[in-house]
Design a protein around this ligand. Structure first.
Ligand code: NAI
Length: 304
């Protein structure tokens, strides 16, 4: 089957593209014709240190395969510089994949402000900084594709990863809000919760190539989501090892205890009804605050 989801004349920034999942994205988009900014700070999995060799190696691989790529070594917290690298070289930016990430376990009792802030800086501030720098360009072009990287830990959490779980949950809100804001400008935003063999999960580049959970399984979904013909926006996908799941919100039908009935005792007595998902509701993006809508009507959000 031929590859018809091509990216000729498209410019893409992949953050954290020196290793693992980002490296696989950079290769696949370049193979499909995109001009790729390979961003990577080149630090450790825990986010210490830096080096330019990490991004350079991937750029060399892409050029050797007759692709187009340049390296950028800035931290994602300096997103403006990364976006400028794309604009300076190629004059536009069509796709931004916020992929850069770090990970380290920290029991909450040992969660110092430094350990907390280092984690949130890369994932939350970094994704904000890159996207905020790209946004005016995408608005001007009337075209943009954004991908955010959450995690199963962001969806379901993990003990000793309160910082990482919080940061990755933030990616869901950011992506969905921008899907709503971008909807009238042909700017789509989606979020992935990946699982993959990578440096972060202790696998070498060689092992990643042969692993049944290799990063190539993420690149194909990214290609589809970021293609100009794909309308999908506001989606959340759990993906890895050839599996792709769509994630959605689910509310139980719920308890309604108005007025005098609204007591802690009645909540305790109604917990079975509260937890009954047999008639559940699935609010889509932008349908936030189901109850608020019932009370205030469709235009509730205009009250803010
Ligand atoms: P990796 O460690 O193999 O690659 C991450 C890359 O990001 C590294 O090359 C690193 O130098 C770069 N990076 C880190 N901080 C940076 C910064 N401030 N500025 C620029 N580059 C920076 O990790 P992997 O597995 O490829 O992870 C990619 C993304 O996927 C991350 O956001 C990670 O949290 C997320 N993820 C990965 C999972 C997995 O199973 N591998 C599971 C869930 C989420």
């Amino acid at each position: 089957m031929s590859d018809n989801l091509t990216f000729e004349d498209r410019v893409i920034v992949v953050t954290g593209a020196g290793n693992g999942i980002g490296r696989a994205y950079a290769h696949e988009f370049a193979r499909r014709g995109a001009k790729v900014v390979v961003n990577d700070l080149g630090g450790t999995v825990a986010g210490e240190g830096s080096n330019s060799a990490t991004a350079d190696a991937v750029v060399a691989e892409i050029i050797k395969a007759n692709g187009h790529a340049i390296a950028n070594y800035d931290s994602v917290v300096d997103g403006e510089k990364i976006v400028q690298a794309a604009l300076h070289e190629w004059g536009r930016l069509d796709v931004l994949i916020n992929n850069a990430g770090i990970a380290y376990a920290t029991p909450f009792a040992e969660m110092t402000p430094d350990l907390w802030k280092r984690m949130l800086a890369v994932h939350v501030d970094g994704s904000y900084a890159c996207t905020h720098a790209a946004w005016p360009q995408m608005l001007e072009q009337g075209f943009g594709r954004l991908l955010f990287t959450s995690s199963p830990f962001g969806l379901y959490a993990a003990a000793n990863f309160a910082h990482y779980s919080a940061a990755k949950a933030a990616m869901l809100g950011l992506s969905k809000a921008l899907a709503l804001e971008g909807s009238t400008h042909n700017i789509n935003a989606n979020a992935l919760a990946p699982f993959s063999a990578s440096r972060m999960t202790g696998r070498t580049n060689e092992e990643q190539m042969t692993s049944p959970f290799g990063p190539r399984y993420l690149a194909q979904l990214a290609v589809w989501l970021c293609h100009q013909d794909t309308a999908e926006s506001g989606g959340v996908f759990e993906v890895g090892g050839g599996y792709i799941h769509r994630v959605r919100n689910e509310l139980s039908r719920g308890l309604h205890l108005p007025g005098e009935q609204h007591t802690a005792e009645n909540i305790a007595a109604g917990v079975e009804v509260l937890s009954d998902f047999s008639e559940s509701i699935h609010p889509d993006i932008g349908e936030s605050w189901t109850i608020g809508k019932d009370v205030f009507g469709e235009d509730w959000s205009e009250r803010f």
